[in-house]
Design a protein around this ligand. Structure first.
Ligand SMILES: Cc1cc2nc3c(=O)[nH]c(=O)nc-3n(C[C@H](O)[C@H](O)[C@H](O)COP(=O)(O)OP(=O)(O)OC[C@H]3O[C@@H](n4cnc5c(N)ncnc54)[C@H](O)[C@@H]3O)c2cc1C
Length: 573
């Protein structure tokens, strides 16, 4: 592939949340990246309002979580109202995270915060640049962009291209990748309104009185988003925005008696699909976010899953671009993320099925089982951790050292590093999540309860030489004036949680998952992991898959017909 002045290391197509987070991940590691979007301005649509605990942890690592917490609304649980005598309550307080809640915030605000972070890193989104076709080979990718007014075409060359261009991805279609799945029958409606009722505004409510439910999510400023799934008297994919009268009628049919809704700021119709691709990498091209998987908004998983894709790919691509790892590392992206996407599709489909049951017998059973499950702490914890995405893991993935955790190990390779509080650095209280913000692999050297710091120092010196690949942090029972950087663990919480009485090494990936764990004197195990990460038996081999140049006119046809095409933001009646 030729290179010219229009050459860049990485091009991201699509400045939705997935594309922008990926750009942040690359830019903060010094990788040259351009972000192209066909829209002339950021979308003002509210769409994803639920930000889950795992995503807040990612934002914590990026130093932007406070902005989200300041603007968002904290949701502490969910209440299911059925014909059973008592409503069922699920408490998010059981989520295993420093953020044991869901935050609601308009997607437009989420995107603004992410865009501003990217801008601070020196990358400006190039708007009004529609990618019309791509062509690639083993050495690079050529893409054609068309200006918003169709006045000119440009050709760009890049080493790597990532399609974060949403459900109707041009990148995915250029590669003829399948997008298998199905669709849900009728249109779904949603409205953002004020509601006059006594129900707690720190919970979301699902009214399951009728075969199809009515969920209501609390928003900032005492407002609510009401979803009306599967409206039977609407034609399939009609996508005609509802009137306030229609919403009022459906809320009266499905919701509790006598509530008053008003002051709509959003009235919209949309159609739901559940589709995904099993191929998220083809040579030098990747897919992430809605371009790779779409599903119903049940459980608020979509944006969160796309952000998880970006966080997984960002560090891997950075290492490869900077020559610190071979291209084989990039195959682990697809092998780790496809199972996650499939799990999310399974969860959202199960939620839709559970709450749209035509059979009254099954509904009767559901209404009796739900309270029992919610009163079982193990079941409740499992459910909320899955919804919050903190139980996502890569235990069976290609980077994991073992599929199962041996009993002697505190945490398995591929599991998210559990968060532990009670640490101190320079007199300030911190937690393990605070130790993961550097963007590199982090080697936590837990010195042991009585070992002194000699062995920890020796280990740190050995790995600090690894040229930016690793940051070492020593965690010792007490602060030591001769070791100012050491993190103190005065109540031994981290030492106990990570079974480090005699000392332990925990290598944590840049995305917060445990790479490997070993006794303090087994530095060879950490070396072995790094060796596997940075070299491979079959390096530089590109998976061969024909990439075809697409006819721009074919792809541009219907370019405005996004899945959310019918979203009519700001409608008022
Ligand atoms: C009603 C509704 C409610 C939802 N609620 C939630 C929720 O509560 N929680 C949650 O996690 N998710 C939710 N989602 C899903 C969420 O909105 C999406 O998963 C999320 O926006 C996907 O982000 P993305 O960046 O992958 O894609 P998108 O947000 O679709 O962004 C794609 C970008 O690519 C650009 N683009 C497209 N084609 C081209 C091209 N050819 N050239 C250049 N640019 C291009 C587009 O302009 C766009 O900016 C909801 C979705 C809907 C419809």
């Amino acid at each position: 592939m030729k290179s010219n002045q229009n050459h860049v290391s990485v091009v991201i197509v699509g400045a939705g949340p997935t594309g922008v987070l990926l750009a942040i991940e690359l830019a903060r590691r010094g990788v040259e990246v351009r972000v192209l979007d066909k829209q002339l301005a950021r979308s003002p649509e509210s769409r994803a309002i639920g930000i889950h605990a795992r995503t807040l942890e990612l934002f914590h690592q990026l130093g932007i979580v406070e902005e989200f917490l300041d603007l968002g609304h904290q949701v502490n649980g969910a209440m299911f109202h059925t014909h059973a005598r008592h409503s069922t309550r699920v408490r998010f307080g059981r989520i295993d995270s420093p953020y044991p809640f869901m935050l609601t915030l308009s997607q437009a605000e989420t995107q603004r915060i992410l865009d501003e972070k990217l801008e601070r890193l020196g990358v400006t989104i190039e708007r009004g640049a529609e990618v019309a076709g791509i062509e690639g080979d083993a050495t690079g990718v050529e893409l054609v962009t068309v200006a918003a007014d169709r006045s000119r075409e440009r050709t760009l060359h890049t080493d790597w291209l990532i399609g974060c261009d949403g459900a109707r991805s041009v990148v995915r279609r250029s590669l003829n990748m399948s997008f298998d799945g199905d669709e849900y029958g009728q249109d779904w409606l949603m409205a953002e309104v004020s509601i006059d009722w006594p129900l707690p505004h720190d919970h979301f409510h699902v009214f399951a009185y009728t075969p199809s439910v009515l969920p209501a999510f609390p928003l900032p400023s005492h407002r609510w988003r009401v979803f009306v799934p599967q409206v039977p008297d609407r034609a399939v994919a009609e996508r005609e925005a509802p009137t306030m009268k229609e919403i009022e009628r459906l809320v009266a049919e499905r919701g509790p008696a006598g509530i008053r809704i008003g002051d709509p700021t959003l009235l919209a119709a949309f159609h739901c699909y559940r589709r995904h691709t099993k191929i998220m990498r083809s040579g030098r091209v990747f897919l992430a976010g809605d371009a790779a998987h779409v599903h119903s908004p049940a459980g608020g998983q979509g944006m969160n899953t796309g952000l998880g894709d970006a966080f997984n790919l960002g560090w891997k691509l950075s290492l490869v671009v900077q020559g610190q790892a071979t291209t084989d590392l990039l195959d682990t992206y697809q092998r780790e993320r496809v199972p996650i996407a499939e799990g999310v599709l399974g969860l959202t489909h199960a939620l839709v099925k559970t709450f749209t049951m035509p059979s009254s017998g099954k509904r009767w059973l559901r209404d009796r089982l739900l309270p029992v499950a919610s009163r079982t702490p193990v079941a409740e914890r499992r459910f909320v951790n899955r919804m919050a995405q903190v139980s996502h893991n890569y235990r069976s993935g290609p980077l994991s050292t073992r599929n199962a955790r041996p009993l002697s190990e505190p945490v398995a390779s591929g599991e998210r590093l559990p968060d532990v509080e009670g640490l101190e650095r320079d007199g300030r209280a911190i937690r393990t999540l605070d130790l993961l913000s550097g963007g590199a692999h982090t080697l936590l050297i837990l010195s042991g309860e009585r070992n002194g710091l000699a062995l920890a120092d020796e280990t740190a010196a050995r790995f600090d030489r690894r040229d930016g690949l690793i940051r070492t942090i020593t965690v010792a029972p007490g602060a030591d004036p001769h070791h100012p950087g050491v993190v103190a663990d005065p109540q031994l919480r981290a030492h106990r949680r990570f079974r480090a009485r005699r000392g332990r090494l925990l290598l944590v990936r840049p995305d917060g998952y445990v790479a490997c764990s070993a006794p303090l004197d087994r530095t060879d195990l950490v070396e072995k992991y790094l060796e596997r990460l940075t070299t491979s038996t079959d390096s530089r081999r590109e998976p061969r898959r024909a990439m075809t140049r697409c006819d721009a006119s074919e792809l541009l046809e219907g370019h405005n017909a996004s899945a959310i095409g019918a979203l009519r933001s700001g409608a008022r009646t």
